[in-house]
Design a binder for this molecule. Structure first.
Ligand code: ARG
Length: 463
């Protein structure tokens, strides 16, 4: 008679043991042991429900609680012995539980499958990581605000096509990233609502014949409700994809900011300096100071995009319900969490270590005819149609360029060659300060508007 061998949960049905190579190929314990404490949390709630519904005895439940408490200690202290032979985190813990408390350990899996168990574990894990990431995003937002606060009147060239376009406040530029982070926070908060549903009770795929109470388990675990359909409950990984998509967008935002920091630190710009602790030198060129951290963030954005594509591809061909393919969801997900949390932590710190060089920013803003639009707007306000004003200013810019000077350096009679509407009040308009102050509406770069935006942002973060 075939007997249940020590290390094989299903061996009664098999004539030969799993090949060594296959065992290693199919095992996930090396990476899914990261879910261990969530697995225990889920098992405790499941056992409590089983006892409440008289599916197991009160004594069994006590034994299970005692065993799982010890296992938790062993895992935290590093004494727990993980066995590849036991395939995954779930079977490792169940086996140890049975060794510790006997039959009660074998009863824990009543009315449950690893399919709904693993889905529950990942959701518990992601819920906690999502909360952590939202807190880290807020930390980065605070760094951005702290830097912006000091630079509402610092003027830099704003760019389009990476050509000097119009002068902007440096704080205004930073606040653009605050807005991106704010949308990121919203995306994680929204995704969290769909993470926070309980799959347990779906069992393998169809539900279970025991008189279980899913809502009770949901309540014990702090879920907002249960997954409504058992087939969907065990096979859905939308929540993992959404989480990774939200992460890819954060990385995209930080990659853009990184690109700017790298440019700004180049001596040709010389707008900022990044603290030495975020940079490295070169092993051959003694003069070098390289912006390694922003460069790596830009690189790691590619890695998270890759994780998103991996998860989408993982799901696209799967028939209902659970398939072993799903085991491949964990590494991209864990890698995304690690990459994002480390990046956010380091970024908040790096933004605090930035030295701003307002003089260099100002020089650059003065070089590219950044106030040409202001001259055109001045003519429009004096009655010239915008298209004609545009043309007149284009000619004036060409003239200044030929002379190698700025518009504000042209004499009044020189400027009047391009339009007789120009009077000597034009010089106030052509200054960088005048240009900023003129954009005085919600979302504009006038320093008082940027100060108001920062104040609103502070309130938002405090709420
Ligand atoms: N290690 C598996 C996973 O991560 C757990 C579920 C296994 N279920 C099964 N029927 N083989 O997906």
């Amino acid at each position: 008679m075939a007997t249940m061998q020590d290390n094989q949960t299903w061996s009664g049905r098999f004539n030969e043991p799993v090949a060594e190579l296959v065992k290693r190929y199919t095992a996930s314990v090396d990476f899914d042991k990261r879910l261990a404490l969530y697995d225990i949390q889920g098992s405790l709630a499941h056992a409590q429900m089983l006892a409440t519904c008289n599916i197991i005895s009160a004594q069994d439940m006590k034994d299970i609680q005692r065993g799982l408490a010890q296992i938790e200690n062993e895992i935290i202290s590093g004494d727990f012995v993980w066995q590849l032979d036991l395939e995954d985190v779930h079977l490792n813990i169940e086996k140890r539980l049975t060794a510790l408390v006997g039959d009660a350990g074998k009863r824990l899996h009543t009315g449950r499958s690893r399919n709904d168990q693993v889905a529950t574990d990942i959701r518990l894990y992601l819920r906690s990581e999502t909360d952590n990431i939202i807190a880290l995003l807020k930390g980065l937002q605070t760094s951005l605000l702290d830097l912006a606060q000091h630079h509402t009147h610092t003027i830099m060239p704003g760019f389009t096509h990476l050509q000097v376009a119009q002068p902007v406040s440096f704080a205004h530029h930073l606040m653009a990233y605050f807005e991106m982070c704010q949308r990121d926070v919203g995306r994680f908060a929204d995704a969290r609502r769909r993470v926070n549903r309980l799959p347990l009770g779906a069992a393998a795929l169809a539900g279970t014949s025991y008189p279980i109470k899913r809502e009770y388990v949901a309540e014990l675990l702090g879920f907002d409700g249960v997954c409504e359909n058992s087939l969907d409950a065990v096979s859905d990984r939308d929540f993992a994809i959404e989480f990774t998509a939200a992460s890819a967008l954060v990385m995209t935002h930080l990659s853009r900011l990184s690109e700017e920091l790298i440019l700004w630190m180049n001596p040709r710009f010389g707008f900022i300096d990044i603290a030495d602790r975020f940079c490295t030198g070169s092993s051959i060129m003694p003069q070098k100071k390289n912006p390694d951290v922003p460069e790596l963030v830009r690189g790691k954005a590619g890695r998270v995009n890759g994780n998103l594509v991996a998860l989408l591809t993982l799901m696209k061909g799967q028939p209902l319900a659970y398939n072993k393919d799903n085991q491949e969801d964990k590494e991209p997900l864990f890698d995304t969490v690690d990459t994002l949390t480390q990046t956010l932590r380091i970024y908040a710190d790096m933004m605090r270590g930035i030295t701003v060089k307002p003089e260099a920013m100002r020089r650059a803003a003065l070089q590219g005819y950044a106030t040409a639009t202001d001259l055109a707007d001045y003519l429009v306000k004096k009655g010239l149609p915008f298209r004609d004003a545009h043309e007149a200013v284009a000619l004036a810019v060409r003239h200044a360029e030929q002379k190698g000077c700025d518009l504000a350096e042209l004499k009044l009679d020189e400027l009047q060659q391009f339009s007789t509407l120009i009077a000597d009040d034009i010089y106030a308009v052509l200054t960088l300060e005048g240009s900023l102050a003129a954009r005085n509406h919600t979302g504009g770069t006038a320093p008082n508007q940027v100060e108001a935006a920062i104040a609103r942002a502070r309130k938002l973060l405090a709420s």
